[in-house]
Design a protein around this ligand. Structure first.
Ligand SMILES: Cc1cc2nc3c(=O)[nH]c(=O)nc-3n(C[C@H](O)[C@H](O)[C@H](O)COP(=O)(O)O)c2cc1C
Length: 166
C-alpha cells in the first residue's frame, strides 16, 4: 500500500516530527511536510489557485493511504493542517475530478499532545472529512508527550500498531 504522511506542525524538530521519524523507521512512506509548501487559506473566489495546494493534491492522489500528522493545539489540529483541510473544499468546486480521486482511499492520524488521550473533538473533523470524501478512516496513533518526545515511551505502541497491521 502506497502511503503518504502529511506533516503539519509549528516545530521543525518537535514531538510530532519525531513521532513521524520513528514511524518511518517501521513503515516506509513518503513524507510531505506542509512547511515546504505555500498553502493559503480557502478563498471563495479561488484567487489562490496558483499556490502549492493543487500541485500537492495531484501528487497525493497517487497514494492509497494518507496519514495526517499533527500535534494537538487547543483541542484541534494545527493551523497548518486546518489550512490544508479547508482547501479540500477546492476539490468540490474547481477541481472536482481530484475530489473524486480521493474516493476509496484510506487515512489515519499520527498525533502528539500533552493530555493522556486525544480528545474526540480533535479526531472527529478528520473522521467526518474523510467520510465526506469517501475515504475510509482507519484510526489514530496518539502519543502523549509530557515534554519532549521520548522514544522509549512510545516505541511499544508503535510496534503494536504494526504487529496489528501485518
Ligand atoms: C499552541 C499550543 C496549544 C496546545 N494545546 C494542547 C491541547 O489542547 N491538548 C494537548 O494535549 N496538548 C496541547 N499542546 C501541547 C502539544 O500538543 C504537545 O506539546 C505536542 O507534542 C507538540 O508537538 P510539536 O512539537 O510537533 O509542536 C499545545 C501546545 C501548543 C504550543
Amino acid at each position: 500500500m502506497k502511503t503518504a504522511i502529511i506533516l503539519a506542525t509549528s516545530r521543525a524538530d518537535g514531538n510530532t516530527h519525531q513521532l513521524v521519524d520513528l514511524y518511518l523507521k517501521h513503515q516506509p512512506c513518503d513524507l510531505f511536510n506542509l512547511k515546504d509548501y505555500v498553502i493559503s487559506p480557502y478563498d471563495y473566489q479561488h484567487n489562490n489557485q496558483n499556490d502549492d495546494f493543487i500541485t500537492l493534491i495531484n501528487v497525493l492522489v497517487k497514494y492509497d493511504h494518507l496519514i495526517f500528522a499533527t500535534p494537538v493545539y487547543w483541542y484541534a489540529m494545527s493551523a497548518q493542517m486546518k489550512l490544508f483541510v479547508d482547501r479540500l473544499s477546492d476539490l468540490l468546486t474547481i477541481e472536482k475530478a481530484l475530489g473524486r480521486a480521493l474516493n476509496g482511499k484510506s487515512c489515519s492520524i499520527l498525533a502528539t499532545g500533552t493530555d493522556t488521550k486525544a480528545p474526540d473533538c480533535f479526531i472527529e473533523p478528520f473522521k467526518l472529512t474523510a467520510k465526506y470524501f469517501g475515504i475510509d478512516y482507519t484510526g489514530i496513533l496518539y502519543c502523549c508527550c509530557r515534554e519532549n518526545f521520548i522514544v522509549e515511551e512510545h516505541i511499544t505502541k508503535i510496534e503494536a500498531t504494526f504487529s496489528k497491521e501485518n
